[in-house]
Design a protein. Structure first.
Length: 436
Protein backbone atom coordinates (compact mmCIF):
# COMPACT_ATOMS: atom_id res chain seq x y z
CA UNK A 1 0.00 0.00 0.00
CA UNK A 2 1.42 3.38 -0.96
CA UNK A 3 0.18 6.43 0.89
CA UNK A 4 1.17 10.09 0.89
CA UNK A 5 3.62 11.42 3.46
CA UNK A 6 2.26 12.98 6.64
CA UNK A 7 3.58 14.57 9.81
CA UNK A 8 2.34 13.82 13.30
CA UNK A 9 1.17 16.86 15.25
CA UNK A 10 -0.05 16.31 18.78
CA UNK A 11 -1.26 12.77 18.09
CA UNK A 12 -3.04 13.62 14.85
CA UNK A 13 -1.66 13.80 11.35
CA UNK A 14 -1.72 16.52 8.74
CA UNK A 15 -0.85 15.85 5.13
CA UNK A 16 2.34 17.27 3.71
CA UNK A 17 1.35 17.48 0.08
CA UNK A 18 3.59 15.74 -2.39
CA UNK A 19 3.84 18.39 -5.09
CA UNK A 20 4.18 17.22 -8.68
CA UNK A 21 3.83 18.35 -12.26
CA UNK A 22 2.58 16.05 -15.01
CA UNK A 23 2.26 16.21 -18.78
CA UNK A 24 2.05 13.86 -21.75
CA UNK A 25 4.42 13.75 -24.72
CA UNK A 26 3.06 13.60 -28.26
CA UNK A 27 3.91 9.88 -28.41
CA UNK A 28 1.63 9.18 -25.43
CA UNK A 29 4.27 8.85 -22.72
CA UNK A 30 3.04 10.32 -19.45
CA UNK A 31 5.59 12.24 -17.38
CA UNK A 32 5.45 13.10 -13.66
CA UNK A 33 8.00 15.42 -12.04
CA UNK A 34 8.49 15.78 -8.28
CA UNK A 35 11.14 18.20 -7.04
CA UNK A 36 12.77 17.55 -3.66
CA UNK A 37 16.06 19.30 -2.94
CA UNK A 38 16.55 17.86 0.54
CA UNK A 39 19.34 15.58 -0.77
CA UNK A 40 21.55 15.83 -3.89
CA UNK A 41 20.07 12.77 -5.59
CA UNK A 42 17.66 12.23 -8.45
CA UNK A 43 15.60 9.21 -9.46
CA UNK A 44 14.72 8.43 -13.06
CA UNK A 45 12.15 5.66 -13.33
CA UNK A 46 9.82 4.16 -15.89
CA UNK A 47 6.86 1.92 -15.10
CA UNK A 48 5.34 -0.13 -17.92
CA UNK A 49 1.76 -1.40 -17.81
CA UNK A 50 2.79 -4.99 -18.40
CA UNK A 51 2.93 -7.79 -15.87
CA UNK A 52 2.39 -11.51 -15.58
CA UNK A 53 -1.32 -11.12 -16.34
CA UNK A 54 -0.46 -9.92 -19.87
CA UNK A 55 1.18 -13.19 -20.85
CA UNK A 56 -0.20 -16.10 -22.86
CA UNK A 57 -1.06 -19.21 -20.83
CA UNK A 58 1.61 -21.16 -22.75
CA UNK A 59 4.24 -18.42 -22.43
CA UNK A 60 4.22 -17.45 -18.76
CA UNK A 61 7.19 -15.67 -17.24
CA UNK A 62 7.76 -13.22 -20.08
CA UNK A 63 7.11 -10.04 -18.06
CA UNK A 64 9.56 -11.00 -15.33
CA UNK A 65 12.03 -12.25 -17.93
CA UNK A 66 12.07 -8.79 -19.54
CA UNK A 67 12.92 -7.22 -16.20
CA UNK A 68 16.25 -9.05 -16.61
CA UNK A 69 16.59 -9.01 -20.39
CA UNK A 70 16.39 -5.22 -20.76
CA UNK A 71 19.59 -4.76 -18.76
CA UNK A 72 21.51 -6.73 -21.41
CA UNK A 73 22.33 -3.64 -23.42
CA UNK A 74 21.15 -1.37 -26.22
CA UNK A 75 22.39 -0.13 -29.56
CA UNK A 76 24.51 2.45 -27.73
CA UNK A 77 25.19 0.64 -24.44
CA UNK A 78 27.37 -2.42 -24.94
CA UNK A 79 26.42 -5.82 -23.60
CA UNK A 80 27.31 -6.01 -19.90
CA UNK A 81 27.99 -2.27 -19.69
CA UNK A 82 24.71 -1.07 -18.12
CA UNK A 83 25.63 -1.69 -14.49
CA UNK A 84 29.22 -0.51 -15.02
CA UNK A 85 27.99 2.87 -16.33
CA UNK A 86 25.61 3.30 -13.40
CA UNK A 87 28.23 2.38 -10.79
CA UNK A 88 30.97 4.49 -12.40
CA UNK A 89 28.68 7.51 -12.13
CA UNK A 90 27.89 7.04 -8.45
CA UNK A 91 24.48 5.48 -8.97
CA UNK A 92 22.51 2.34 -8.33
CA UNK A 93 19.58 0.79 -10.16
CA UNK A 94 17.09 -2.02 -10.03
CA UNK A 95 13.80 -3.32 -11.41
CA UNK A 96 10.85 -5.38 -10.24
CA UNK A 97 7.81 -7.10 -11.72
CA UNK A 98 4.32 -7.85 -10.42
CA UNK A 99 1.23 -9.37 -11.97
CA UNK A 100 0.26 -5.89 -13.18
CA UNK A 101 3.36 -3.84 -14.05
CA UNK A 102 7.15 -3.74 -14.51
CA UNK A 103 9.26 -0.98 -12.96
CA UNK A 104 12.81 0.18 -13.72
CA UNK A 105 14.74 2.91 -11.92
CA UNK A 106 18.13 4.57 -11.41
CA UNK A 107 19.28 6.63 -8.42
CA UNK A 108 22.06 9.06 -9.35
CA UNK A 109 23.78 12.07 -7.85
CA UNK A 110 21.70 15.02 -9.02
CA UNK A 111 24.31 16.10 -11.59
CA UNK A 112 23.62 12.88 -13.54
CA UNK A 113 19.96 13.39 -14.38
CA UNK A 114 20.70 13.57 -18.10
CA UNK A 115 22.54 10.24 -17.96
CA UNK A 116 19.60 8.55 -16.23
CA UNK A 117 17.13 9.88 -18.77
CA UNK A 118 19.32 8.87 -21.68
CA UNK A 119 19.73 5.33 -20.33
CA UNK A 120 15.99 4.81 -19.82
CA UNK A 121 15.28 6.21 -23.30
CA UNK A 122 17.85 3.78 -24.69
CA UNK A 123 16.12 0.86 -22.96
CA UNK A 124 12.88 1.88 -24.63
CA UNK A 125 14.14 2.99 -28.04
CA UNK A 126 17.15 0.77 -28.81
CA UNK A 127 17.01 -2.51 -26.86
CA UNK A 128 19.15 -5.34 -28.19
CA UNK A 129 17.15 -8.57 -27.99
CA UNK A 130 19.23 -11.38 -29.41
CA UNK A 131 19.92 -15.08 -28.83
CA UNK A 132 22.91 -14.58 -26.54
CA UNK A 133 20.99 -12.20 -24.28
CA UNK A 134 17.97 -14.47 -24.10
CA UNK A 135 20.12 -17.52 -23.35
CA UNK A 136 22.12 -15.70 -20.66
CA UNK A 137 19.10 -14.30 -18.86
CA UNK A 138 17.27 -17.61 -19.13
CA UNK A 139 19.95 -19.13 -16.90
CA UNK A 140 19.76 -16.14 -14.51
CA UNK A 141 15.99 -16.52 -14.14
CA UNK A 142 16.28 -20.27 -13.59
CA UNK A 143 18.75 -19.68 -10.79
CA UNK A 144 16.47 -17.05 -9.26
CA UNK A 145 13.57 -19.49 -9.34
CA UNK A 146 15.69 -22.17 -7.66
CA UNK A 147 16.76 -19.79 -4.89
CA UNK A 148 13.53 -17.90 -4.28
CA UNK A 149 10.91 -20.51 -5.00
CA UNK A 150 11.98 -24.12 -5.52
CA UNK A 151 14.50 -24.38 -2.65
CA UNK A 152 12.93 -21.91 -0.24
CA UNK A 153 10.70 -23.21 2.58
CA UNK A 154 7.06 -22.30 1.81
CA UNK A 155 8.35 -20.67 -1.39
CA UNK A 156 5.34 -21.81 -3.43
CA UNK A 157 2.69 -20.45 -1.06
CA UNK A 158 1.49 -17.55 -3.23
CA UNK A 159 1.74 -19.55 -6.45
CA UNK A 160 -0.38 -22.37 -5.03
CA UNK A 161 -3.00 -19.98 -3.66
CA UNK A 162 -3.26 -18.24 -7.02
CA UNK A 163 -3.47 -21.51 -8.93
CA UNK A 164 -6.43 -22.65 -6.84
CA UNK A 165 -8.18 -19.30 -6.54
CA UNK A 166 -8.32 -18.13 -10.16
CA UNK A 167 -9.75 -20.16 -13.00
CA UNK A 168 -10.11 -17.70 -15.91
CA UNK A 169 -7.90 -14.77 -14.94
CA UNK A 170 -4.15 -14.82 -15.72
CA UNK A 171 -3.49 -14.21 -12.03
CA UNK A 172 -3.69 -18.00 -11.84
CA UNK A 173 -0.03 -18.44 -12.73
CA UNK A 174 3.10 -17.41 -10.82
CA UNK A 175 4.79 -14.12 -11.70
CA UNK A 176 8.12 -15.87 -12.24
CA UNK A 177 6.36 -18.13 -14.74
CA UNK A 178 7.29 -21.47 -16.22
CA UNK A 179 10.86 -22.28 -17.18
CA UNK A 180 9.53 -24.73 -19.79
CA UNK A 181 7.61 -21.89 -21.46
CA UNK A 182 10.71 -19.69 -21.57
CA UNK A 183 12.80 -22.57 -22.94
CA UNK A 184 10.24 -23.21 -25.69
CA UNK A 185 9.92 -19.57 -26.78
CA UNK A 186 11.57 -18.43 -30.01
CA UNK A 187 13.56 -15.21 -30.29
CA UNK A 188 10.82 -13.63 -32.42
CA UNK A 189 8.34 -14.12 -29.55
CA UNK A 190 10.51 -12.09 -27.18
CA UNK A 191 10.91 -9.39 -29.80
CA UNK A 192 7.15 -9.29 -30.39
CA UNK A 193 6.46 -9.01 -26.64
CA UNK A 194 8.85 -6.07 -26.45
CA UNK A 195 7.26 -4.33 -29.41
CA UNK A 196 3.75 -4.79 -28.03
CA UNK A 197 4.24 -3.68 -24.43
CA UNK A 198 7.39 -1.54 -24.32
CA UNK A 199 6.04 1.60 -25.90
CA UNK A 200 5.90 5.19 -24.64
CA UNK A 201 2.09 5.16 -24.57
CA UNK A 202 2.11 2.10 -22.27
CA UNK A 203 4.35 3.68 -19.65
CA UNK A 204 4.91 6.51 -17.21
CA UNK A 205 8.22 8.30 -16.63
CA UNK A 206 8.86 9.74 -13.17
CA UNK A 207 11.70 12.09 -12.25
CA UNK A 208 11.99 12.78 -8.53
CA UNK A 209 14.59 14.55 -6.42
CA UNK A 210 17.04 17.40 -6.85
CA UNK A 211 16.62 18.85 -10.35
CA UNK A 212 15.38 21.94 -12.18
CA UNK A 213 12.01 21.62 -13.93
CA UNK A 214 12.92 23.46 -17.14
CA UNK A 215 16.14 21.51 -17.68
CA UNK A 216 14.42 18.18 -16.94
CA UNK A 217 11.62 18.93 -19.41
CA UNK A 218 14.15 19.86 -22.09
CA UNK A 219 16.05 16.58 -21.69
CA UNK A 220 12.85 14.52 -21.50
CA UNK A 221 11.66 15.98 -24.80
CA UNK A 222 15.11 15.47 -26.30
CA UNK A 223 15.50 11.81 -25.35
CA UNK A 224 11.93 10.48 -25.17
CA UNK A 225 10.13 12.74 -27.64
CA UNK A 226 11.50 11.01 -30.80
CA UNK A 227 10.42 7.51 -29.71
CA UNK A 228 7.54 6.35 -31.94
CA UNK A 229 4.14 5.72 -30.40
CA UNK A 230 3.21 2.05 -30.11
CA UNK A 231 0.04 0.28 -31.16
CA UNK A 232 -2.85 0.68 -28.74
CA UNK A 233 -3.00 -2.43 -26.56
CA UNK A 234 -6.33 -4.24 -26.50
CA UNK A 235 -6.71 -5.79 -23.08
CA UNK A 236 -9.05 -8.67 -22.44
CA UNK A 237 -11.28 -8.60 -19.35
CA UNK A 238 -11.40 -11.76 -17.25
CA UNK A 239 -14.27 -12.15 -14.81
CA UNK A 240 -14.21 -14.85 -12.17
CA UNK A 241 -17.36 -16.54 -10.92
CA UNK A 242 -17.99 -15.95 -7.20
CA UNK A 243 -16.70 -18.66 -4.87
CA UNK A 244 -19.79 -20.14 -3.19
CA UNK A 245 -18.35 -23.26 -1.58
CA UNK A 246 -15.05 -24.09 0.08
CA UNK A 247 -12.26 -24.97 -2.36
CA UNK A 248 -9.97 -27.68 -0.98
CA UNK A 249 -6.49 -28.27 -2.35
CA UNK A 250 -3.16 -29.65 -1.19
CA UNK A 251 0.49 -29.06 -1.99
CA UNK A 252 3.59 -30.97 -0.89
CA UNK A 253 6.72 -28.90 -0.22
CA UNK A 254 10.01 -30.82 -0.04
CA UNK A 255 11.68 -27.92 1.84
CA UNK A 256 9.53 -28.00 4.99
CA UNK A 257 8.98 -30.17 8.03
CA UNK A 258 6.03 -28.33 9.57
CA UNK A 259 2.69 -28.09 7.72
CA UNK A 260 1.27 -24.61 7.18
CA UNK A 261 -2.29 -23.52 7.77
CA UNK A 262 -3.44 -21.62 4.69
CA UNK A 263 -6.86 -20.14 4.01
CA UNK A 264 -7.48 -17.56 1.30
CA UNK A 265 -10.43 -15.47 0.13
CA UNK A 266 -10.78 -13.79 -3.27
CA UNK A 267 -11.18 -10.04 -2.81
CA UNK A 268 -11.90 -7.04 -5.07
CA UNK A 269 -9.49 -4.77 -6.95
CA UNK A 270 -7.04 -2.74 -4.89
CA UNK A 271 -8.71 0.36 -6.32
CA UNK A 272 -11.88 -0.31 -4.32
CA UNK A 273 -12.77 0.97 -0.90
CA UNK A 274 -13.44 -2.59 0.27
CA UNK A 275 -9.83 -3.56 -0.44
CA UNK A 276 -8.66 -0.77 1.84
CA UNK A 277 -11.01 -1.93 4.57
CA UNK A 278 -9.51 -5.42 4.21
CA UNK A 279 -6.08 -3.86 4.68
CA UNK A 280 -7.26 -2.55 8.02
CA UNK A 281 -8.77 -5.91 8.99
CA UNK A 282 -5.47 -7.68 8.28
CA UNK A 283 -3.64 -5.12 10.40
CA UNK A 284 -6.15 -5.59 13.23
CA UNK A 285 -5.87 -9.37 13.09
CA UNK A 286 -2.19 -9.96 12.61
CA UNK A 287 0.10 -6.92 12.48
CA UNK A 288 2.52 -7.24 15.36
CA UNK A 289 2.70 -9.15 18.60
CA UNK A 290 -0.27 -7.33 20.13
CA UNK A 291 -2.62 -8.20 17.25
CA UNK A 292 -5.66 -10.41 17.92
CA UNK A 293 -4.45 -13.58 16.22
CA UNK A 294 -0.88 -13.41 17.48
CA UNK A 295 -1.84 -12.65 21.07
CA UNK A 296 -4.47 -15.38 21.21
CA UNK A 297 -2.89 -18.22 19.21
CA UNK A 298 0.86 -17.66 19.70
CA UNK A 299 1.12 -15.93 23.10
CA UNK A 300 -1.86 -17.09 25.15
CA UNK A 301 -2.70 -20.55 23.81
CA UNK A 302 0.79 -21.34 22.50
CA UNK A 303 -0.73 -23.23 19.57
CA UNK A 304 1.46 -21.78 16.83
CA UNK A 305 5.00 -20.70 16.07
CA UNK A 306 3.66 -18.02 13.77
CA UNK A 307 0.33 -16.66 12.59
CA UNK A 308 -0.46 -13.98 10.04
CA UNK A 309 -2.88 -12.47 7.56
CA UNK A 310 -2.35 -10.12 4.64
CA UNK A 311 -4.35 -8.59 1.83
CA UNK A 312 -2.57 -9.34 -1.47
CA UNK A 313 -4.07 -6.52 -3.52
CA UNK A 314 -3.85 -6.44 -7.31
CA UNK A 315 -5.27 -4.31 -10.12
CA UNK A 316 -8.19 -6.58 -11.03
CA UNK A 317 -8.69 -8.76 -7.95
CA UNK A 318 -6.96 -9.53 -4.69
CA UNK A 319 -6.43 -12.37 -2.25
CA UNK A 320 -6.85 -12.20 1.50
CA UNK A 321 -4.51 -14.88 2.90
CA UNK A 322 -4.26 -16.25 6.43
CA UNK A 323 -1.38 -18.56 7.37
CA UNK A 324 0.07 -20.18 10.46
CA UNK A 325 2.60 -22.78 11.63
CA UNK A 326 1.22 -25.12 14.32
CA UNK A 327 3.34 -25.79 17.39
CA UNK A 328 3.91 -29.30 18.72
CA UNK A 329 0.84 -31.53 18.58
CA UNK A 330 -1.43 -28.73 17.39
CA UNK A 331 -2.90 -29.04 13.90
CA UNK A 332 -3.61 -26.71 11.01
CA UNK A 333 -7.32 -27.48 11.50
CA UNK A 334 -7.05 -26.25 15.08
CA UNK A 335 -5.46 -23.00 13.92
CA UNK A 336 -8.19 -22.47 11.32
CA UNK A 337 -10.83 -22.93 14.02
CA UNK A 338 -9.17 -20.33 16.28
CA UNK A 339 -8.72 -17.84 13.41
CA UNK A 340 -12.34 -18.33 12.31
CA UNK A 341 -13.52 -17.46 15.81
CA UNK A 342 -11.74 -14.09 15.61
CA UNK A 343 -13.18 -13.39 12.16
CA UNK A 344 -16.70 -14.19 13.41
CA UNK A 345 -16.17 -11.69 16.25
CA UNK A 346 -15.32 -8.98 13.70
CA UNK A 347 -18.34 -9.95 11.59
CA UNK A 348 -20.71 -9.93 14.56
CA UNK A 349 -19.63 -7.08 16.83
CA UNK A 350 -18.00 -3.73 16.24
CA UNK A 351 -14.36 -3.73 17.27
CA UNK A 352 -13.85 -1.75 20.46
CA UNK A 353 -13.25 2.00 20.34
CA UNK A 354 -9.88 1.40 21.98
CA UNK A 355 -8.83 -1.14 19.33
CA UNK A 356 -10.18 1.11 16.58
CA UNK A 357 -8.13 4.07 17.82
CA UNK A 358 -5.05 1.87 18.06
CA UNK A 359 -5.65 0.73 14.48
CA UNK A 360 -6.00 4.30 13.25
CA UNK A 361 -2.80 5.30 15.08
CA UNK A 362 -0.94 2.49 13.30
CA UNK A 363 -2.14 3.82 9.96
CA UNK A 364 -1.17 7.37 10.85
CA UNK A 365 2.37 6.15 11.56
CA UNK A 366 2.34 4.17 8.34
CA UNK A 367 1.28 7.27 6.42
CA UNK A 368 4.21 9.17 7.93
CA UNK A 369 6.73 6.51 6.93
CA UNK A 370 5.37 5.44 3.56
CA UNK A 371 6.99 8.16 1.48
CA UNK A 372 10.06 8.34 3.70
CA UNK A 373 12.47 8.01 0.76
CA UNK A 374 12.58 9.73 -2.59
CA UNK A 375 12.69 6.28 -4.20
CA UNK A 376 9.39 5.45 -2.50
CA UNK A 377 7.79 8.68 -3.67
CA UNK A 378 8.86 8.00 -7.28
CA UNK A 379 7.41 4.47 -7.31
CA UNK A 380 4.19 5.60 -5.61
CA UNK A 381 3.65 8.39 -8.15
CA UNK A 382 4.11 5.90 -10.99
CA UNK A 383 1.77 3.32 -9.42
CA UNK A 384 -1.00 5.78 -8.66
CA UNK A 385 -0.98 7.02 -12.26
CA UNK A 386 -0.58 3.69 -14.06
CA UNK A 387 -2.65 1.35 -11.90
CA UNK A 388 -5.11 3.61 -10.09
CA UNK A 389 -5.56 6.34 -12.70
CA UNK A 390 -5.14 9.14 -10.15
CA UNK A 391 -1.67 10.49 -9.28
CA UNK A 392 -3.07 12.68 -6.52
CA UNK A 393 -4.00 9.60 -4.48
CA UNK A 394 -0.48 10.04 -3.12
CA UNK A 395 -2.03 12.94 -1.19
CA UNK A 396 -5.61 11.79 -0.73
CA UNK A 397 -5.56 8.02 -0.13
CA UNK A 398 -4.79 8.63 3.54
CA UNK A 399 -8.17 10.35 3.84
CA UNK A 400 -9.90 7.22 2.51
CA UNK A 401 -8.34 5.12 5.26
CA UNK A 402 -9.19 7.74 7.88
CA UNK A 403 -12.84 7.73 6.82
CA UNK A 404 -13.28 3.96 7.28
CA UNK A 405 -15.67 3.18 10.13
CA UNK A 406 -16.05 0.32 12.61
CA UNK A 407 -19.32 -0.54 10.87
CA UNK A 408 -17.51 -0.92 7.54
CA UNK A 409 -14.93 -3.20 9.11
CA UNK A 410 -17.74 -5.43 10.37
CA UNK A 411 -19.67 -5.35 7.08
CA UNK A 412 -16.66 -6.00 4.82
CA UNK A 413 -15.56 -8.93 7.00
CA UNK A 414 -19.08 -10.30 6.72
CA UNK A 415 -19.09 -9.79 2.94
CA UNK A 416 -15.80 -11.49 2.04
CA UNK A 417 -14.46 -13.62 4.90
CA UNK A 418 -16.87 -16.56 5.05
CA UNK A 419 -15.95 -20.29 5.06
CA UNK A 420 -17.96 -21.01 1.88
CA UNK A 421 -16.05 -18.29 -0.01
CA UNK A 422 -12.53 -19.49 0.53
CA UNK A 423 -9.70 -21.82 -0.37
CA UNK A 424 -8.37 -24.15 2.31
CA UNK A 425 -4.93 -25.24 1.17
CA UNK A 426 -3.30 -28.23 2.86
CA UNK A 427 0.33 -27.05 2.57
CA UNK A 428 2.30 -30.03 3.86
CA UNK A 429 5.79 -31.56 3.85
CA UNK A 430 6.49 -34.31 1.37
CA UNK A 431 5.96 -37.67 3.02
CA UNK A 432 9.64 -38.27 3.83
CA UNK A 433 10.10 -34.74 5.29
CA UNK A 434 7.20 -34.69 7.74
CA UNK A 435 7.95 -34.37 11.44
CA UNK A 436 8.13 -37.66 13.34
Amino acid sequence: MAIGSLSLLGGSATAQKVAFQEFTLDNGMHVILHQDKSAPVVITSVMYHVGAKDERPDRTGFAHFFEHLLFEGTKNIGRGEWFKIVTANGGNNNANTTDDRTYYYEVFPSNNLELGLWMESERLMHPVINEIGVKTQNEVVKEEKRLRVDNRPYGNLIAEVKKNMFFKHPYRWATIGSMEHLDAAKLEEFQAFNKKFYSPNNSVLVVAGDFEYDQAKKWINQYFGPIPKGETIKRETFTEEPIIQTIKASYEDANIKIPMMVTAYRTPSMKTRDARVLDMISTYLSDGNSSKLYKKIVDDKKMALQIGAFNYSLEDYGMYILYGLPLGANTTEGLIKEADEEIVKIQTDLISEKDFQKLKNKYENQFVNNNGTIEGVAENLASYYLLYGDVNLINTEADIYRSITREEIRDVAKKYLNPNQRLVLDYIPTKDKAQN
